[in-house]
Write a protein that binds this ligand. Structure first.
Ligand SMILES: [Zn+2]
Length: 210
């Protein structure tokens, strides 16, 4: 209910910067955007930003605060960063990391799906919400060690026949140890994916944040 009021207010009030509240008529002003902790990158794992202030706050709002507008802005940043840093060919399918149905029912939406929408618009890839399922509702991972996370996630995902022969990109909000993406990638490759890459808004930096 609070989320709906929040969303209604967002629609009625003039748009303000998510970060500094300046009435810029856009989701985030150019100054705040320039000051974000952008990362350098290469390879099959692409994370746009360091998981630190203010990105961590925006991700928390997108995940736990019902702020789907934040998820969309995060997706726009990731899309802009991908477009700026590599060329096509883009993957054919985008797989937002699935939530377990029980968690999806609690939250009402999957933030990774909202993040994926601007990515699909930017690359022409299709969002596939049918082919992958989360079979087990794994507990919040943040307090587990890397090996505990891997064990926790074994067999957590299943991928269907729609994946066979496809170039696939997985999309998540934040990569910490990478064990979630690794478990999902394993199930996609088992289902015959031609290639799998991982896209995330943010990544925790080794030696920082923890
Ligand atoms: Zn601003």
């Amino acid at each position: 209910m609070l989320h709906q009021v929040d969303q209604l207010l967002d629609r009625l009030l003039p748009p303000r910067c998510l970060l500094c509240q300046a009435p810029v008529g856009a989701n985030c002003c150019a100054g705040c955007r320039r000051d974000l902790p952008w990362l350098q990158h290469a390879g099959r794992l692409h994370a746009a930003l360091a998981y630190e202030y203010p990105v961590d706050r925006l991700i928390a709002r997108a995940k736990f605060g019902g702020r789907r507008d934040c998820a969309r802005v995060l997706g726009e940043w990731l899309a802009a960063d991908l477009l700026a840093s590599r060329a096509s060919p883009w993957p054919e399918l985008i797989i937002p990391v699935p939530l377990h149905p029980r968690r999806l029912a609690d939250r009402g939406y999957n933030q990774s799906e909202d993040i994926a929408r601007p990515l699909a618009a930017a690359t022409g890839a299709r969002i596939d919400l049918r082919s992958c399922r989360r079979l087990r509702d794994t507990p919040e991972q943040s307090r587990l060690s890397a090996s505990e996370r891997r064990r926790n996630l074994r067999g957590a995902f299943s991928a269907g026949p729609g994946i066979a022969g496809r170039r696939v990109a997985m999309v998540d909000d934040v990569i910490t140890t990478g064990s979630t993406m690794a478990a999902l990638a394993r199930s996609l490759l088992d289902a015959g994916a031609a290639s799998v890459e991982a896209w995330a808004v943010a990544r925790t930096q080794p030696g920082r944040n923890r």
